[in-house]
Structure formats: C-alpha cells, structure tokens
Design a binder for this molecule. Structure first.
Ligand code: ADP
Ligand code: MG
Length: 253
C-alpha cells in the first residue's frame, strides 16, 4: 500500500468484561510507513485493544476496519489474510524447534488451513520454497546466523526478533507488536528500534504497545495514550510528553 494509506482503523471500539470497561470507545488509525505507539500504565487496556483489532476477541461495540474492509467480529485468520501480522505480549515460540522452523510456520498465515495441516501436506519443493522464504525474513532481521539454533536457546531480545521475523513471514503490510522491548537490555532495545525503523522505511505500518517511554519517544511518529480503557492524549511524542494529563496518569508526577 502507498505511504500514508490507512491500514487499520478502530472507531469508538469498546470491550466490556462484565461491568469493567477494559477498552472504552477508542478511535485510532495506523498508516503505511509510520510507527504509531500505544502507551499507558498497566491495565490501561492496551493488550485488550490489540486483541480486538486483530480478531482475537470480539468487540462489545464500535468498529474495526483493515485495508478499508469492515472486520468487526471476524476471526483472526481473516485479519491475517488481509495483511495483519502480530506478536503477543509473552513470547510464543516453540523453544525446542529451530529458529528457522519457527519463522517458517509464520508463512502459513495467509492460508485458510491451520499450519499443522499445511506442513503435513507440503511436498519437498513447497517445503524448500517455504524455508527459503523464512530464511529471507531472518536475513531481514539479521538473525540468519542463528537459523539452526533452538529458538529457546537465544537471548530474550533475539527471541522477540524471531517473533517479528515470524510475523514478517506472512508478508504483512501492518504489524502489531505488544511490548516488544519489555525485558530487553539497552543494546537489544537499540537493535530493535533500528529494525522497526527499517521496516517503517520499507513502508510497513506498525502499531506498537510499549511501556518503555524512552524507546517509544525515539521511535514513534504518533503516540496515543490510554488510561483506564480510554484515550487521554494523542499527538507527536513531543506533544504527548508535554501533556499534563499524561505526566500525571502515566508518569505519576
Ligand atoms: P494492558 O495491556 O494495558 O496492561 P489489558 O488490556 O491487559 O491492559 O487489561 C485491561 C483491563 O482488562 C485490566 O483491568 C484487566 O484485568 C482486564 N481484562 C483483560 N482481559 C480480561 C478478561 N479476559 N476478562 C476479564 N478482565 C480482563
Ligand atoms: Mg498488556
């Protein structure tokens, strides 16, 4: 998609768990060629919002569009088929399988079948194509040197990049990352920020949930701040950082 095109659009999207308004009328969009950061304290509703806009959970009310298509309450594989790739807050890798295998499994996201069925039905030529494609994603993420190692044996920072490589294997236009920098060392964070900048330059739209203020502020084009399920501020990193409500709610000053 051309730079600036709206890839993801949530309109007054809400999710209630019983009496709890975990996400309350959140409106935001993500465009091709930008990093949009979603920040806020623990429990603000960020992960719930991610699950709503990737088809993992249904909306209580409001709307979600991907590539201009109405996706409300459609299953996650339909989101994936339109070009949405995502990672989860907690690393979800098959620790004993190779880095390459983990990434190869991400390439099945466009298919209608589950990946197990797909793997079982692959002939040798298809398998070779798939692995070559996975290897290209590892190169894109500078992980090719670790292709044969067990995913679980790598450092946390590398495991998070494997998850991104796996999402990239589905050739997404839109990438949703839930706290990719959590638990990373300083140098790992710099490498991650570098990778995300590179993907943005390639034209991907990226929505990143992050707790790490410094990481977000050096990377994001736009920032949306949530607290108690609602949006309390939005703007450029500089605007959001200067907003008294954000300082109070998020930084506790
Ligand atoms: P964040 O990712 O910003 O830390 P979450 O989206 O995980 O916040 O959670 C937002 C709120 O919704 C929290 O109060 C959490 O306890 C609640 N919550 C999340 N998922 C569920 C669920 N499946 N059932 C009930 N409450 C939930
Ligand atoms: Mg969360």
């Amino acid at each position: 998609p051309p730079r600036g095109q709206v890839l993801l659009e949530a309109t007054a999207a809400s999710k209630h768990f019983g009496g709890l308004k975990a996400v309350n009328e959140v409106t935001l969009d993500v465009r091709a060629g930008e990093v949009h950061a979603l920040i806020g304290p623990n429990g603000a509703g960020k992960s719930t919002f991610f699950n709503m806009v990737s088809g993992v959970i249904d909306l209580t009310s409001g709307g979600v569009r991907v590539m201009g298509q109405d996706m409300k309450n459609r299953p996650s594989r339909h989101f994936a088929a339109l070009g949405l790739g995502r990672t989860f807050q907690h690393v979800r890798l098959m620790a004993h399988r190779s880095v390459l295998d983990n990434v190869a499994l991400g390439a099945h996201r466009r298919g209608q079948r589950g990946w197990i069925a797909a793997m079982l039905r692959l002939d040798r030529a298809e398998e070779a194509t798939l692995l070559a494609h996975a290897r290209r994603q590892l190169e894109r993420c500078q992980l090719e040197g670790h292709a044969a190692e067990a995913a679980g044996s790598l450092a946390l920072g590398q495991q998070r990049v494997i998850e991104i490589a796996r999402a990239l294997a589905g050739q997404p236009a839109l990438l949703l990352l839930d706290e990719p920098a959590a638990g990373l060392r300083h140098l790992e964070k710099l490498a991650l920020a570098q990778l995300l900048s590179q993907l943005r330059a390639e034209g991907l739209g990226i929505l990143v949930v992050e707790h790490d203020m410094e990481f977000v502020m050096n990377l994001a084009d736009r920032v949306t701040v949530m607290e108690f399920g609602t949006v309390i501020a939005r703007g450029t990193p500089a605007q959001v950082q200067a907003d008294p409500r954000v300082l109070e709610a998020y930084l506790g000053v």
